[in-house]
Design a protein around this ligand. Structure first.
Ligand code: PPS
Length: 311
């Protein structure tokens, strides 16, 4: 029975039509014309904007919530919920979704939603799509978060089972193939991460990893504070670290999430495990070896090293 439903999911998944632009994958929720016409090149950047960028399931929501606890950012409120401004929404097809998030997207694209500065902006977009040069002219600061690929793959698998009734879901076996062949939504993961991780201070980019946030969150808060010139005492840093634990965040989903009920099967499970190394509960040995062979070797050639287990 389970096998049958996995087959059915894979069969349905293979009918989902992604399109490619500048070497990266876009789902049917994106407006192809807006993407191909580089609609983001006219995005109105402001001095003081702070961007969180990262491949989906790398901890981007966590980092946004952390920043909101560090400083008073302008964010979007809708239906009693709040969220960072999501840059990707400017490339979305506004006809597909009629729900709360769809309405917010439309209002943003039509310039009806004004957000006070400093704005917190989140994106999953690959570097060739992100208007970095325009952002630099306004001294926009970007914090890029990355996470080890095995945990990203495992987290994505679970997330897509629950999103839009499983519209983007596939079996675990298929997810491994999709990840490794670069056909994940927003992927290929490898190129996405390698390109973003080449950026540093001269581009106003700070690099952090999910694993270092898990290992020593106060240290990361200090690092971000320095990058953004936010003065925080040790006492405040420790309080922020506590407020941003997975357990605390689970209690207040509406503080960082604009979604209608039903978009996720159970939104309280958005923070699923929130640990380093859960991939071990998902991967077969052979699948882990394929990741080592096809991804880890390539990362090493690019001088990138991830932590796969808690210290
Ligand atoms: S999304 O949907 O692409 O924006 O997902 P993203 O926010 O980038 O990543 C989701 C994963 O981050 C975990 N998470 C956390 N881990 C530890 N502490 C806190 N506070 C926290 N908040 C979110 C979340 O649980 C997802 O990882 P998994 O492995 O699925 O648990």
């Amino acid at each position: 029975m389970a096998e049958h439903s996995e087959q059915a999911r894979d069969a349905r998944w293979s009918t989902v039509q992604y399109f490619e632009h500048k070497g990266f994958n876009f789902s049917p929720h994106f407006d192809k014309q807006k993407v191909e016409n580089d609609a983001l090149s006219t995005f109105q950047w402001r001095n003081g904007d702070v961007v969180v960028s990262g491949f989906p399931k790398s901890g981007t929501t966590w980092l946004c919530y952390l920043l909101r606890n560090m400083a008073d950012f302008g964010i979007i409120y809708s239906g009693g919920r709040s969220e960072a401004l999501i840059l990707d929404w400017f490339l979305m097809d506004t006809h597909i979704r009629t729900d709360l998030r769809g309405q917010v997207t439309r209002q943003l694209q039509e310039g009806q939603l004004e957000i006070v500065s400093p704005r917190l902006i989140k994106t999953h977009l690959a570097l060739p799509i992100f208007p970095l040069e325009q952002a630099k002219t306004k001294s926009v600061k970007v914090i890029h978060i990355s996470r080890n690929p095995k945990d990203v793959a495992a987290s994505s698998y679970h997330f897509y089972q629950s999103l839009f009734g499983g519209f983007y879901a596939s079996s675990w076996e298929k997810t491994v193939d999709t990840f490794l062949s670069g056909r994940m939504l927003y992927g290929p993961w490898l190129q996405h991460v390698v390109q973003w991780k080449k950026l540093g201070p001269k581009d106003n980019v700070l690099q952090v990893t999910y694993e270092e946030m898990k290992t020593d969150l106060p240290l990361v808060i200090h690092k971000i504070g320095q990058f953004l010139s936010i003065q925080l005492s040790n006492d405040v840093v420790n309080k922020i670290a506590l407020a941003c634990s997975a357990d605390e965040m689970k209690k207040c989903v509406h503080k960082y999430f604009i979604m209608d009920k039903g978009v996720l099967d159970d939104e309280s499970k958005f923070i699923r495990k929130g640990v380093i190394g859960d991939w071990k509960n998902q991967f077969l040995v052979a699948q882990s070896e394929r990741f080592d062979e096809e991804i880890e070797r390539n990362l090493q050639e690019n001088g990138i090293k991830f932590q796969y287990e808690p210290l």
